[in-house]
Design a protein around this ligand. Structure first.
Ligand code: SF4
Ligand code: SF4
Length: 189
Protein backbone atom coordinates (compact mmCIF):
# COMPACT_ATOMS: atom_id res chain seq x y z
CA UNK A 1 0.00 0.00 0.00
CA UNK A 2 1.50 3.29 -1.03
CA UNK A 3 0.61 6.07 1.30
CA UNK A 4 1.81 9.60 1.22
CA UNK A 5 0.87 13.18 1.71
CA UNK A 6 -2.41 15.04 1.91
CA UNK A 7 -3.86 16.22 -1.38
CA UNK A 8 -6.06 19.28 -1.10
CA UNK A 9 -6.59 22.64 -2.70
CA UNK A 10 -7.36 25.98 -1.05
CA UNK A 11 -6.60 24.75 2.42
CA UNK A 12 -6.83 27.43 5.09
CA UNK A 13 -3.71 28.60 6.84
CA UNK A 14 -2.17 26.02 9.10
CA UNK A 15 -2.99 26.29 12.78
CA UNK A 16 -1.03 25.03 15.72
CA UNK A 17 -1.61 21.40 16.68
CA UNK A 18 -1.83 22.42 20.32
CA UNK A 19 -1.26 19.42 22.55
CA UNK A 20 -1.94 16.89 19.82
CA UNK A 21 0.92 14.64 18.71
CA UNK A 22 -1.23 11.73 17.60
CA UNK A 23 0.15 11.42 14.07
CA UNK A 24 3.65 10.89 15.54
CA UNK A 25 2.34 7.59 16.96
CA UNK A 26 0.01 6.54 14.18
CA UNK A 27 1.50 7.26 10.80
CA UNK A 28 4.34 5.56 9.02
CA UNK A 29 7.32 7.79 8.18
CA UNK A 30 9.58 6.38 5.49
CA UNK A 31 12.53 8.67 6.25
CA UNK A 32 12.58 7.37 9.84
CA UNK A 33 11.81 3.75 9.02
CA UNK A 34 8.85 4.20 11.33
CA UNK A 35 5.98 1.73 10.90
CA UNK A 36 2.34 2.69 11.39
CA UNK A 37 1.13 2.56 14.97
CA UNK A 38 4.68 2.92 16.23
CA UNK A 39 5.90 5.73 18.47
CA UNK A 40 8.48 7.96 16.85
CA UNK A 41 11.81 7.90 18.65
CA UNK A 42 11.80 11.69 18.61
CA UNK A 43 8.44 12.11 20.31
CA UNK A 44 8.62 13.44 23.83
CA UNK A 45 5.17 12.93 25.36
CA UNK A 46 3.79 16.19 26.66
CA UNK A 47 6.47 18.20 24.88
CA UNK A 48 6.13 17.25 21.23
CA UNK A 49 8.80 16.62 18.63
CA UNK A 50 12.32 16.43 20.02
CA UNK A 51 13.82 16.90 16.56
CA UNK A 52 11.54 19.65 15.32
CA UNK A 53 14.10 21.62 13.30
CA UNK A 54 15.51 18.46 11.70
CA UNK A 55 12.25 16.53 11.28
CA UNK A 56 11.72 14.77 7.93
CA UNK A 57 9.92 16.46 5.08
CA UNK A 58 6.98 14.07 5.45
CA UNK A 59 6.43 15.45 8.96
CA UNK A 60 6.76 19.04 7.76
CA UNK A 61 4.05 18.75 5.15
CA UNK A 62 1.60 16.38 6.83
CA UNK A 63 -1.71 17.91 7.82
CA UNK A 64 -4.63 15.83 9.00
CA UNK A 65 -8.15 16.90 8.08
CA UNK A 66 -8.59 18.74 11.39
CA UNK A 67 -5.38 20.66 10.74
CA UNK A 68 -6.65 21.48 7.26
CA UNK A 69 -9.65 23.18 8.85
CA UNK A 70 -12.26 20.71 7.69
CA UNK A 71 -13.92 20.73 11.10
CA UNK A 72 -13.50 24.50 11.58
CA UNK A 73 -10.72 23.82 14.09
CA UNK A 74 -13.25 22.83 16.74
CA UNK A 75 -11.21 21.39 19.62
CA UNK A 76 -13.54 18.45 20.20
CA UNK A 77 -12.71 17.09 16.75
CA UNK A 78 -8.95 17.39 17.15
CA UNK A 79 -7.50 13.85 16.93
CA UNK A 80 -6.25 13.69 20.50
CA UNK A 81 -9.74 14.67 21.68
CA UNK A 82 -12.00 12.69 19.36
CA UNK A 83 -9.68 9.69 18.94
CA UNK A 84 -9.80 9.71 15.14
CA UNK A 85 -7.37 10.99 12.52
CA UNK A 86 -8.72 11.74 9.05
CA UNK A 87 -6.08 11.90 6.37
CA UNK A 88 -6.33 12.44 2.63
CA UNK A 89 -3.84 10.11 1.01
CA UNK A 90 -2.93 9.26 -2.52
CA UNK A 91 -2.12 5.79 -3.73
CA UNK A 92 0.04 6.16 -6.85
CA UNK A 93 -0.18 2.44 -7.56
CA UNK A 94 -3.91 2.86 -8.09
CA UNK A 95 -3.82 6.47 -9.31
CA UNK A 96 -6.48 7.35 -6.77
CA UNK A 97 -6.98 9.41 -3.64
CA UNK A 98 -8.56 7.99 -0.52
CA UNK A 99 -9.80 9.17 2.83
CA UNK A 100 -8.00 7.25 5.56
CA UNK A 101 -9.46 7.13 9.05
CA UNK A 102 -7.05 6.02 11.76
CA UNK A 103 -8.28 5.15 15.21
CA UNK A 104 -6.12 6.96 17.76
CA UNK A 105 -8.09 5.70 20.74
CA UNK A 106 -9.32 2.09 20.86
CA UNK A 107 -13.06 2.02 20.16
CA UNK A 108 -13.25 5.61 18.89
CA UNK A 109 -14.60 4.38 15.56
CA UNK A 110 -17.42 2.41 17.18
CA UNK A 111 -20.90 3.57 16.21
CA UNK A 112 -21.67 5.95 13.38
CA UNK A 113 -19.39 8.87 14.23
CA UNK A 114 -16.40 7.91 12.06
CA UNK A 115 -18.61 7.39 9.03
CA UNK A 116 -20.55 10.60 9.73
CA UNK A 117 -17.37 12.68 9.94
CA UNK A 118 -15.87 10.97 6.91
CA UNK A 119 -18.98 11.79 4.89
CA UNK A 120 -18.71 15.42 6.00
CA UNK A 121 -15.25 15.47 4.47
CA UNK A 122 -16.46 13.83 1.28
CA UNK A 123 -19.12 16.53 0.99
CA UNK A 124 -16.48 19.27 1.15
CA UNK A 125 -15.84 20.70 -2.31
CA UNK A 126 -12.14 21.04 -1.60
CA UNK A 127 -11.89 17.25 -1.65
CA UNK A 128 -13.33 16.86 -5.10
CA UNK A 129 -10.26 14.89 -6.20
CA UNK A 130 -11.12 12.10 -3.83
CA UNK A 131 -11.81 8.80 -5.45
CA UNK A 132 -15.59 8.23 -5.32
CA UNK A 133 -16.30 4.59 -4.86
CA UNK A 134 -17.28 1.99 -2.36
CA UNK A 135 -13.80 1.89 -0.89
CA UNK A 136 -13.08 5.63 -0.74
CA UNK A 137 -13.14 5.60 3.06
CA UNK A 138 -10.55 3.30 4.58
CA UNK A 139 -10.76 2.63 8.30
CA UNK A 140 -7.78 1.44 10.32
CA UNK A 141 -8.59 0.38 13.86
CA UNK A 142 -6.17 1.11 16.68
CA UNK A 143 -2.92 -0.82 16.34
CA UNK A 144 -3.56 -1.99 12.78
CA UNK A 145 -0.45 -3.76 11.52
CA UNK A 146 -0.28 -1.93 8.22
CA UNK A 147 2.36 -3.20 5.84
CA UNK A 148 5.01 -0.71 4.77
CA UNK A 149 6.87 -0.51 1.47
CA UNK A 150 10.16 0.52 3.08
CA UNK A 151 12.51 -1.10 5.61
CA UNK A 152 11.58 -0.65 9.25
CA UNK A 153 14.23 0.99 11.44
CA UNK A 154 16.27 -1.30 13.70
CA UNK A 155 14.86 0.80 16.53
CA UNK A 156 11.71 -1.28 16.23
CA UNK A 157 11.51 -4.97 16.93
CA UNK A 158 9.18 -5.33 14.01
CA UNK A 159 8.54 -7.27 10.81
CA UNK A 160 5.88 -5.81 8.54
CA UNK A 161 3.19 -8.04 7.05
CA UNK A 162 3.27 -8.54 3.30
CA UNK A 163 -0.33 -7.54 2.69
CA UNK A 164 -2.92 -5.04 3.83
CA UNK A 165 -6.19 -6.94 3.63
CA UNK A 166 -9.29 -4.75 3.50
CA UNK A 167 -12.94 -5.68 3.77
CA UNK A 168 -16.00 -3.64 2.84
CA UNK A 169 -18.04 -3.28 6.02
CA UNK A 170 -20.65 -0.72 7.05
CA UNK A 171 -20.03 1.68 4.17
CA UNK A 172 -16.26 1.69 4.63
CA UNK A 173 -13.29 -0.37 3.56
CA UNK A 174 -11.97 -1.67 6.88
CA UNK A 175 -8.46 -3.00 7.52
CA UNK A 176 -8.85 -6.72 8.04
CA UNK A 177 -5.32 -7.72 9.01
CA UNK A 178 -3.86 -8.19 12.46
CA UNK A 179 -3.86 -5.56 15.21
CA UNK A 180 -1.00 -5.42 17.64
CA UNK A 181 -1.23 -2.15 19.55
CA UNK A 182 1.46 0.53 19.59
CA UNK A 183 5.08 -0.48 18.90
CA UNK A 184 7.59 1.41 21.02
CA UNK A 185 11.15 2.24 19.85
CA UNK A 186 14.09 0.67 21.63
CA UNK A 187 15.96 2.95 23.96
CA UNK A 188 19.25 4.06 22.40
CA UNK A 189 21.13 5.24 25.52
S1 SF4 B 1 -2.96 14.47 14.07
FE1 SF4 B 1 -3.42 16.47 13.10
S2 SF4 B 1 -3.74 17.91 14.80
FE2 SF4 B 1 -2.71 16.07 15.63
S3 SF4 B 1 -0.49 16.54 15.57
FE3 SF4 B 1 -1.00 15.48 13.65
S4 SF4 B 1 -1.48 17.11 12.14
FE4 SF4 B 1 -1.57 18.03 14.21
S1 SF4 C 1 10.16 13.43 13.71
FE1 SF4 C 1 8.95 14.72 15.06
S2 SF4 C 1 7.16 15.35 13.84
FE2 SF4 C 1 8.09 13.57 12.80
S3 SF4 C 1 6.97 11.78 13.62
FE3 SF4 C 1 8.80 12.09 14.89
S4 SF4 C 1 8.12 13.31 16.64
FE4 SF4 C 1 6.58 13.50 15.01
Amino acid sequence: MALNLPVIFNAPTSVDCGGCTVCCDLLGVKELGKPYYARCQHLTPGKGCGAYEARPSACRVFRCAWHLGVFDFKPQWRPDQCGLVFSIESDPDRNAVFLHVYEATPGAADGDRALYLARRILADKRFRRLNRGKNTIRLFRYGADIGIAYPASALYDYAAPAKNPMKLTGGMSVFNGTHRGLVMPKKTD
